[in-house]
Design a protein around this ligand. Structure first.
Ligand code: C5P
Length: 309
């Protein structure tokens, strides 16, 4: 079927995708590889905080309209720099599809370690496939996803998973019980590329890497809990330069508010702590002292939810 015929058939459809954020329950960065990437051992967990993507068919080409709250302005890339358009063009190069008018309602704070851009990219692959009635095998989608970023395959898969290699070699894990968490997002941001350079300069990726990798690999055999995942630590916490004391202060204030095992997610700067079972989120939020933005989330699965109307 031609792209035009497909666009005709899709004409009455609107596809909405809830593209969910992730946290890293633990994240060990290992040595730098010859290709410039780093070995990782991480436990990804999808959470309920989500961006909303809406797709309406166009005969050809893609448009992207981004809506975000005023505090995000500047942080969400526009045009081709946005992973949504890159994902759309990748779909167009690999499948016979028409175009789409895409709207992105941004709720996941950008560039904060919550995987928002990766979630949007994954949501675009899945959303366009649905808009045009395609059912590509998961392996094919994962292969396209990794070309958009090391975290995008997990965003396609979602749930709880061990990530090895660049983070793209995934092994689904069983989460023993769902949990709630509070994410705190500071006003300062960290460049991921700079964070990796700092890890190299400090040789932090070499510290106990073998033991951390073995610990992560052994996790696949049992059900994991949010707290077990935390034992992997987060190597990026060591590479914060003069922001280290800001993170230490944030983690202390999260703990004082009643959160458990607070830690940074990804390369930061967001941190999250587990809400102990039975504890009121409202009380924890009211006890927290600071100007970070707070989000109460639940562990979730899968990585995105799709609705067609
Ligand atoms: O794959 P992605 O585009 O998300 O990577 C962003 C940056 O993080 C790149 O600069 C890449 O070099 C670095 N990176 C890395 N090792 C990884 C994943 C990402 O060095 N495992």
């Amino acid at each position: 079927m031609s792209a035009r015929a497909r666009a005709g058939r899709a004409a009455w459809r609107t596809v909405r995708v809830e593209a969910r954020a992730k946290v890293n329950l633990g994240l060990a960065v290992g040595p730098r590889r010859p290709d410039g990437y780093h070995e990782l051992a991480t436990i990804f967990q999808t959470v309920s905080l989500a961006d909303q993507l809406t797709f309406r068919p166009l005969r050809s080409g893609f448009t992207l309209q981004v809506r975000s709250d005023s505090r995000q302005v500047g942080a969400v890339p526009r045009g081709r720099a946005n992973l949504v358009l890159r994902a759309a063009h990748l779909m167009r190069e690999n499948f016979v599809i028409g175009g789409a008018a895409i709207r992105l309602d941004k709720r996941i704070p950008a560039a904060s370690g919550l995987g928002g851009a990766s979630a949007d990219a994954a949501g675009t692959l899945l959303g366009l496939a649905r808009l045009y009635g395609l059912r590509p095998p998961m392996a094919r989608l994962l292969e396209l996803a990794v070309r958009l970023g090391a975290d995008v395959p997990f965003a396609v898969l979602g749930g709880t998973a061990l990530g090895l290699g660049r983070g793209e070699r995934l092994e689904p894990l069983r989460l023993q019980r769902p949990f709630r968490a509070v994410i705190a997002v500071p006003h300062w941001r960290i460049s991921t590329a700079l964070a990796f350079r700092r890890i190299d300069a400090g040789k932090y990726g070499l510290t106990a890497w073998g033991a951390k990798l073995r610990f992560a690999q052994a996790l696949g055999r049992d059900e994991v809990t949010a707290l077990i995942g935390r034992r992997l630590g987060n190597t990026f916490e060591l590479a914060l330069g003069n922001r280290k004391r800001h993170l230490a202060s944030l983690l202390e204030r999260m703990s004082a508010a009643g959160l458990q095992d607070s830690r940074m997610t990804g390369s930061g700067s967001a941190a999250f702590g587990i809400l102990p079972a039975g504890r009121s989120a409202k009380i924890v939020l009211s006890r927290f002292v600071g100007d970070e933005r707070l989000y109460v989330v639940r562990s979730a699965s899968p990585g995105s939810r799709i609705a067609v109307s």
